[in-house]
Design a protein around this ligand. Sequence first.
Ligand SMILES: [Zn+2]
Length: 336
Amino acid sequence: MKKLLLLFLSLTILSCASNNHIPGTPEATGETATIYAKSITTADLKSRLYIFASDEFEGRNTGEPGQKKAADFLKNFYINAGIPSPLGGDDYFQDIATEFLRPNLKPSENVLAFVEGSEKPEEIIVISAHLDHLGVVDGEIYNGADDDGSGNVAILEIAEAFQKAVENGNGPKRSILFLHVTGEEKGLLGSKYYVNHPIFPLANTVANLNIDMIGRVDDAHEKKPEFVYLIGSDKLSSELHSLSEDINHKFTKLDLDYRYNDEDDPNRFYYRSDHYNFAKNNIPIIFYFNGTHDNYHRPSDTPDKINYEILQKRTKLIFYTAWELANRENRITVDK
Ligand SMILES: [Zn+2]
């Protein structure tokens, strides 16, 4: 009798354990996601970045003609890919009210595109990167290939992958907003404007994945370049952090480096890019970053110095993470 009871107990415990989450196993991301991840290629990333960070775009200074060319480039990409704007029609621009910009800045705009969720369209995942950079200074063009051309072309590839999934009837359950913000280099202006004038209620905004510089390898990782810095993933939601770890473990196997996530880190990167405006509103975020380098904020941040293999892997990590956020049964919870 005792033995039987023990056997029964241990069987019960075993079956309970198998219902629990197994570390390293994402809940809703599997074979289907890998089909669409294949459309994220080094060739696409490279050809688009060579345009986005070309001299023709004159360093994309907020409000200047080069930045307008960058905004038009993004808009035309979405139109050609059949990815709609959340504003409707062919209006892909969220104009920033002039009183919101600094007096010395000309009018500028965020660029938005949207994949609507099939089951919970009102719940939104925001993927962001800043489209602006430093412009032309003393006759020198600051191309900003890594900062943040890399983030913009990554978003285009992710958007295209989700759109293909939609076209095959495998679109995400929740909606995804692709948000290219302006005025980051002037003080996170575009993202600040967005959270003050959100297209979708912030209460329904599940998470923000922000990309700012993911095309390079810093000195600290010269010997092991398959890495990315993650910042903020555990600050508001432990579920977001473990989800992100699980996805990477299963699909991309990058070395996730958390050194800049330390509250005592003097660089304070958590407070320095657009995700912070979402975090301030209690929306869980992950900031993807490759660290600074000799060409950071210099005219020499050019597309020939990008590591396109690494850029592709990091883009896939963000795509899979977004897929999981958009498709798991319940929206991630804020517990901090
Ligand atoms: Zn940047």
